[in-house]
Write a protein that binds this ligand. Structure first.
Ligand SMILES: Nc1nc2c(ncn2[C@@H]2O[C@H](COP(=O)(O)OP(=O)(O)OP(=O)(O)O)[C@@H](O)[C@H]2O)c(=O)[nH]1
Ligand SMILES: [Mg+2]
Length: 243
């Protein structure tokens, strides 16, 4: 074991090592905007004309971002489910970034995307710092465009850590790749910042002791995450596809 890992273990920070190489992303948006098509395109470089409309599922794959290998885990939600229902099922727990998709040919999907960005950025408190990527999909259907690029850009400019891209899952892999790569870089940077903040608080005994619970030396929230009677956690594993 390296000196660095030993030092991390000594200060109770050994988990930081593994947590750093995993990225949990949530994919949100209205029905039929191409959420599944986008994640499948990014992970496999392939495009299929039809995808399952299941309630939600999880895809994961190792991706190289900034010369580092990251295990990117994407929770692909269904457009039928509301944000509050996803939240109550615990699907948004541990999100390190949100990808919100709309179709440039569907105004209603843009309105929904705008509401989702607002919800995440304004109502989430801590989530304000969580990176969000707003993606206008189906760029290949230019003749049917009803949402112009400027409208998307305007939303992104309203919030910190919100990026905007237009792409087409159907046309080519390159634009989808660069949108996701750009977003994952943002997520990585935000993780590094959070890690610095949590390292600082872990090394400050006063702060740490107030967060410990009676059951052991972990924080209450960590203890609850490990021990809660949550069947969703097991279900989640059944719906994870490694690509
Ligand atoms: N022309 C075009 N069609 C697309 C594109 N992306 C997806 N589609 C099509 O749009 C339809 C819906 O795609 P999905 O990926 O299933 O959409 P979704 O957002 O996951 O839908 P739900 O899971 O029901 O919420 C499919 O018929 C896709 O082939 C695109 O970039 N261009
Ligand atoms: Mg889907």
């Amino acid at each position: 074991m390296t000196t660095r890992r030993l030092a991390l273990r000594k200060f109770g920070l050994s988990n930081l090592w593994s947590r750093d190489s995993v990225c949990n992303i949530i994919l949100l948006g209205a029905e039929d905007v191409g959420k599944t098509a986008l994640v499948v395109r990014f992970f496999t470089k392939k495009y299929l004309p039809e995808y399952s409309h299941s309630t939600w599922c999880c895809y994961e794959r190792n991706v190289i971002v900034n010369d580092r290998v990251l295990l990117v885990r994407v929770t692909d939600t269904s457009g039928k489910e509301s944000f509050s229902s996803l939240k109550s099922k615990g699907l948004l727990e541990g999100a390190e970034g949100y990808v919100i998709v709309y179709s440039i040919t569907d105004k209603r999907s843009f309105v929904k995307a705008r509401e989702l960005v607002k919800l995440i950025k304004e109502d989430f408190g801590e989530g304000e710092q969580t990176p969000v990527a707003l993606i206008g999909n189906k760029e290949d259907l230019v003749h049917y465009r009803v949402v112009c690029s400027k409208e998307g850009q305007r939303i992104a400019l309203l919030y910190p850590r919100c990026s905007f891209h237009e792409c087409s899952a159907a046309r080519e892999a390159q634009n989808v790749e660069s949108a996701f790569q750009d977003f994952l870089c943002q997520v990585l940077n935000s993780k590094v910042q959070r890690r610095r903040q949590s390292t600082f608080s872990a090394l400050t005994p006063k702060v740490q002791s107030t967060r410990r619970n009676s059951a052991g030396n972990s924080t209450l929230s960590t203890w609850w995450r490990k021990n809660r009677p949550n069947s969703e956690r097991e279900v989640r594993q059944d719906r994870t596809f490694t690509m």
